[in-house]
Design a protein around this ligand. Structure first.
Ligand code: SF4
Length: 440
């Protein structure tokens, strides 16, 4: 977004007030704060409008691939460091299928990709995309494998072929929803750019040299393709870090806008594919292509991504309320914790593991963990007493007893006074819950 002074430079400086503000400078300040629209000034020239629109465009273009609920969006990032604000569009992982693979192998790979799903702190973590690679060099075979994959999976596709004829054949063999074409280089960009423009598909552009890439991107853009994804052709981890950082830094600092597009990393055939995926996730990757992904590698990879793309200012939360675990009844005890997702899921899992029926009261503490919330005054004896009353926990349990986290032992006296129920100080660590429940 341009500053007030940048807006002011383009305004006619008539100070006529027709925009609803007394001076052009006042109007410029409102524009910079997104509280006014440029169209409100009737005197702004078309040339000035075009320049201002270009400078207020996001530093990294938003590119969407696929359609419907499986559509993925990459780019539109504004930050170099996550803690400055947050990262908006998470890295997407694509499993690649060769068009030379036998039918059985294709079926097995589709199944493996579909099965790579894990639930963690209330979110479903999964593979996002599928790629089909034209290893056969045969356009008809490529088209038939793409059609099969599109039929059997709703995930967005990457059409990996250097041959525009193969891409066109795939597009006519199946009803494809905005797949990504991968990839245009010095040798084939004219044909692939023409296909991307005609089919309205986004296009990946690859070059191992950043100056060469910038020149190629300019040519592809001039040919009419707007949605591009950049392959910086890294051969190892160091190059992923270096090249991705240079491109991201130049884009968000606006020192060079020619490479303001999301990045794709092709880790296929690389012996360090999972590490490439991890480093790409940490360093601005939009998409990572992999030949396969072992579940033992997928879970830490997905968890890393979840941590990086969580808004650092908004903790993951669960809904406050009373949760039954292991079919509790009238004689089951009540425990409480806060609505910080990680705390809730850890405590709930430990109760589940104990196989002892219990009620878990989740108290709204603005998504903070127990000790953080208590120290910040967001979790008090009063707020716990109110949560206990409004949830009807005591009527459901009938035990007239509340188990509180061990770290909150100092809250026990006041809480007993406010609620009139017996307070039992639980273990300091959630892992001790099972033993304690068995001893009641
Ligand atoms: Fe300035 Fe245009 Fe507003 Fe008039 S309408 S004060 S020229 S910004």
């Amino acid at each position: 977004m341009p500053t007030a002074i940048e807006f002011f430079k383009f305004l006619p400086k008539k100070n006529c007030g027709k925009c609803g503000f007394p001076t052009c400078l006042a109007f410029a300040m409102q524009l910079a704060n997104s509280k006014a629209k440029l169209a409100d000034c009737p005197y702004v020239s078309d040339e000035a409008k075009a320049k201002l629109e270009a400078s207020s465009a996001p530093p990294i273009r938003l590119v969407s691939i696929g359609a419907g609920s499986n559509k993925v969006e990459i780019g539109d990032e504004t930050e170099l460091y996550r803690h400055d604000k947050k990262f908006f569009h998470q890295t997407r992982y694509a499993i690649v299928i060769s068009d030379r693979a036998a039918d059985k192998e294709i079926a097995a790979k589709l199944r493996r990709a579909a099965d790579l799903r894990f639930e963690r702190v209330g979110q479903m973590l999964a593979v996002d995309m599928l790629g089909v690679r034209n290893d056969s060099g045969d356009a008809a075979r490529f088209a038939s494998v793409v059609a099969r994959v599109a039929r059997e999976s709703a995930l967005p596709l990457v059409l990996m072929s250097p041959d525009a004829a193969a891409v066109r054949a795939a597009a006519s063999a199946a009803n494809l929803s905005r797949p990504l074409i991968y990839a245009a280089d010095e040798s084939n960009w004219e044909a692939l750019a023409a296909a991307a423009k005609e089919l309205r598909f986004p296009l990946a552009v690859r070059h191992a040299d950043l100056n060469g890439l910038a020149a190629l991107v300019e040519k592809v853009h001039a040919s009419g393709v707007e949605d591009m994804v950049l392959d910086l052709c890294p051969e190892g981890l160091q190059q992923v870090v270096e090249r991705n950082t240079i491109v991201r830094k130049n884009a968000v600092k606006r020192t060079f806008r020619g490479l303001g597009y999301p990045i794709i990393t092709n880790a296929c055939g690389n012996g360090q594919a999972v590490l490439m995926a991890m480093v790409s996730t940490m360093k601005y990757g939009g998409i990572v292509l992999m030949d396969d992904l072992d579940p033992a590698h997928a879970l830490p990879l997905f968890t890393l991504r979840q941590n990086i793309y969580t808004d650092p200012q908004v903790p993951l939360q669960v809904k406050a309320g009373l949760y039954p675990i292991n079919n509790p009844g009238e004689s089951s005890p009540v425990l409480f914790t806060t609505n910080f997702s990680l705390t809730y899921f850890t405590v709930a899992a430990d109760i589940e593991k104990s196989r002892m029926p219990a009620w878990l009261l989740v108290v709204d503490a603005e998504g903070l963990s127990v000790m953080t919330a208590y120290s910040a005054g967001k979790l008090t004896a009063e707020s716990v007493a109110e949560a206990l009353r409004s949830s009807g926990a005591m009527e459901k349990s009938g035990r007239e007893m509340l188990i509180i986290p061990g770290m909150l032992s100092r809250m026990s006296g006041k809480l007993q006074e406010l609620t009139g129920v017996k307070i039992i100080v639980g273990p300091r660590e959630s892992s001790g819950i099972s033993k304690m429940l068995r001893s009641l």
